[in-house]
Ligand binder design. Sequence first.
Ligand SMILES: Cc1ncc(COP(=O)(O)O)c(C=O)c1O
Length: 416
Amino acid sequence: MLATKQGTSALYPFPQEDLTKAELLDMPRRIRVPAEQGDISPKIAEFLATHEDIPSPCLVVDVDIVEYNYTALQASLPQAAVYYAVKANPAPEILARLVSLGSSFDTASVPEIDMCLRAGATPDRLSYGNTIKKKADIEAAYQRGIRMFAFDSIAELEKIAEVAPNTRVYCRILVESEGAEWPLSRKFGCCPTMAAELLVKAKELGLEPYGISFHVGSQQTNLGQWDAALNRVATLFSQLAEKGIELSMVNIGGGFPSRYRVGVQPVAAYGQAVMTAMTKAFGDKIPHIIAEPGRSLVGDAGVIQAEVVLVSKKDEADEKRWVFLDIGKFSGLAETMDEAIKYRIISRHEGKDVGPVVLAGPTCDSADILYEKTDYDMPLDLVAGNKVLILSTGAYTTTYSAVGFNGFAPLASICI
Ligand SMILES: Cc1ncc(COP(=O)(O)O)c(C=O)c1O
C-alpha cells in the first residue's frame, strides 16, 4: 500500500490553524481532507488503491480539495474577489466546480477564455490578464464580452483602445519577487513612473483606468513582499488622484503556496499579511481587491502516479543511484527547472532502507534531470516497475507537458 500517511479517517475539518474562520464551517462535510495539508487526500488514496489500470504517468486531482482550498482562501481574504489563474490547471471539472462556487477567472489567452465560458462562467467574471496579447485576440475576447484587460506598455494599451473600446484596464507594475520559489520577475510589469503615465494615457484613449496589478512571484515564502508592493501601489493611487484619475482596484496576483518539501505558512497567515499591508497602505479607503491564485488552489489537490523505468549507477563506486521515472521535465515536471520546485516524492513500494538518488525523466534530452543537487532518498530495493507518487502536483503540470517529445504522450489527467 501507499508508503505515506493517508489520513483516510480524517474528516473535515483537519487540524490546521488556517481553518479557524467561521466561513469554513459552512463547507460541506462531504469533503474529506488529508491528515496534513498537501498530503494525499483520502479520495485519491482510495482511487489509486482501486484503480491499478490507470495510465502511467497520470495526474489524479481531487476536485473537492480545490473547493476546500478556494473556500479557505476566500475565508482568509474575505474582501478579495478570487480570479482563479486558469493557467495553473484548466481541467473542465476544476473550472466547473469553481464556477459553481462563485469564482471569477484570470485568463491568459482566447482558448482559456473559451474554456471558462464552456464551464459556465459569464464574461463579466473573466479578466484577460496577460500583458502580451495579439490585437486579434484582444478583439476576439471583446467580442466574447470580456471587458477587463491588463497591460504594461503603451503599445499594448493602444491595441486595447483600438479593438476593445471603453473597457476597464489595469496596469501591471514590476515588484520584488525575492522569496519566491518560482519568480516571475522582469518579464511582466513596468516601473511605477511609467504606469502612472500609461494610466493617464488610458483615459485619453477612452478607456477606464481601473487599477494596478502586480505579482510577487509564485510560491512566495516571504509574506513581507505584499507590504512592499502595496506601498508602491498606494503611492500610485495618490499620484493619479492628483491628476484627476481615481483608481479603484488593486490586483494582488497570486503567490500563495502549495506544500512542497519546504514548509510554508498557512493561508490564513497570507490573508492576514495582505490585509495588514493593505490597511497600512490605504488606511480606511481599501480599494476593490482582486486575487489571482493558481498554485494554491490546485497544487495540493493533485498527485501524480509515475513508474520507475530504470535504476542504475554510472560507476559501481557511486553512492547515488540514478532513478529514471516515466515522467520528467518534458512531461509535466517543468518546474523542476534549476530544481526550483522541490516536490515530495514517495515510493508506493515500502522499502525498509533508503539511499540517495538522482531523479531523472525518460527522454533523450540530457536536460531531463529532475533533481541532482537536491537530496532525495528512495528505497534501496527499488526496481523498474515500482510506482512512485509525486505529491502536490495539481498545478502547472498538465499544461507544461510536451505534446509528444520522443513519442511520449502528454501527461494524462483524471479529476475525481
Ligand atoms: C497574471 C498572473 N496571475 C496569477 C498567476 C498565478 O500565480 P500563482 O500560481 O502563484 O498563484 C500567475 C502565474 O503565472 C500570473 O501570471
